[in-house]
Design a protein around this ligand. Structure first.
Ligand code: IMP
Ligand code: MG
Length: 191
């Protein structure tokens, strides 16, 4: 048997360029807590979870299964990073909600709040539609680069350092959304 075949294979999930910050177990425990809180605070309401595509898809899937209430889901897709790196605060709606939110208790579900520009604009857009209430749930809160300091986040998974994070729905140029954990990419130029 060659030495090569004895080496453990490096896969997408075991890539040494990824520093794991939150494991699958830590994530599922935290989401159960968030789900219980949301369940407690929305009993008797007409609840709609609005996921912001694509980053929120994994969080949305887990969060909704931890909320023991009647609810519906909807999705929006917005683009805010016109040049790929710097957030301009200009939000273009690529896909709007499928159903009206008038009279509903809405929770907007995001993967991460960074500058807060995307969510602030999204909330402005949604606030004119007659919802009973609009709350925010973000899996990660990265407060350091926040520009919109007035943005109120109602449900937060984890408060994270000012590093570029991937996994659990978050991507780097489209990659890594499928990682079951949250990691920091140590060397962005390496593969
Ligand atoms: P904001 O307008 O700066 O708050 O932008 C938030 C959006 O930027 C998120 O929904 C993500 O799509 C993206 N983003 C911000 N920080 C990260 C990160 O560390 N990793 C991956 N995507 C990020
Ligand atoms: Mg996003």
């Amino acid at each position: 048997m060659s030495a090569e075949s004895l080496k453990p294979e490096v896969t997408e999930f075991t890539n040494p360029n990824l520093e794991i910050l939150y494991t699958e177990d830590q994530i599922s425990k935290r989401i159960r807590e968030l789900g219980e809180k949301i369940t407690h605070e929305h009993r008797g309401r007409e609840l709609v979870l609005v996921g912001v595509l694509k980053g929120s898809c994994v969080f949305m899937a887990d969060l909704m299964r931890s909320i023991d209430l009647q609810l519906t889901i909807d999705f929006m897709s917005v683009s805010s990073y016109k040049d790929g790196t710097v957030s301009t605060g200009d939000v273009e709606i690529l896909k709007d909600l499928s159903n009206p939110i008038r009279g509903k208790s809405v929770i907007v579900v995001e993967d991460i709040v960074d500058t807060g520009l995307t969510l602030s604009r999204l909330l402005e857009i949604l606030s004119s539609r007659g919802a009973h209430s609009i709350k925010l749930a973000t899996f990660l809160d990265k407060p350091e680069p926040r520009v919109k300091t007035e943005l109120k986040i109602d449900y937060t998974g984890f408060v994270v350092p000012n590093r570029f994070l991937v996994g659990y729905g978050l991507d780097a140029a489209g990659r890594y959304r499928n990682l079951p954990f949250i990691a920091a990419v140590q060397d962005p130029s390496a593969t």
